[in-house]
Ligand binder design. Sequence first.
Ligand SMILES: Nc1ncnc2c1ncn2[C@@H]1O[C@H](COP(=O)(O)OP(=O)(O)O)[C@@H](O)[C@H]1O
Ligand SMILES: [Mg+2]
Length: 205
Amino acid sequence: MSLTAKFIVIEGIDGAGTTTQVALLHRALLDKGFKVLTTTEPSTGEIGSFLRNVLASRDTSWAAEELALLFTADRLDHIKREIKPALKKYHYIICDRYYHSTLAYQSKANGKNLDWLISINQPALKPALTFFLDIKVATALLRMARANRAQELFENENQLKRIHRNYHRVINELQKRGEAIIVLDGEASPQEILTAELKIIGGIS
Ligand SMILES: Nc1ncnc2c1ncn2[C@@H]1O[C@H](COP(=O)(O)OP(=O)(O)O)[C@@H](O)[C@H]1O
Ligand SMILES: [Mg+2]
């Protein structure tokens, strides 16, 4: 039987729990007997590695447009190297962040460059389903402080507030264009969020 994986994306501001949910969802779908591939942006490729270094070193010298082009180039590289070749081998491919992140992190507070960001991402494969884990900025800051991990480039209150507002604008715009994006309460427990995701995935399968 030939497989065509359903491509599922999990999104949210830093600390929203995307990495937690990707791992839980992976395990839950495996337990149901599906073949599942989990992957992450930035990717493990050359551009992705470069970008992870920019984020970790909090290098502020890059303009939003430069970062947008680099993240998008990494995405196309990721699709070509990992996602496309996996489509026929798995039932589900789950991706921790995707173009919604570029659209939210690299768009201006007034949303002026959003059309351009959407347009450079046109070549990217559209997800079958995207979950946006919605949490308050205050919750994100609290979780990051608790986890006691090194702060990255966008992980401060002002940036998170802008990115949080941008995500909602991005979701509205992409939903208007027909994308299936489900907003989930990221403040619920990991298990409750997983249950909600599985119910929705069951609905599209
Ligand atoms: N639903 C949740 N409720 C409470 N804490 C959570 C939840 N999901 C994740 N966390 C915690 O919040 C922190 C950030 O989670 P993580 O999955 O790394 O987020 P992200 O990948 O979106 O930055 C971790 O310490 C994690 O254990
Ligand atoms: Mg993460």
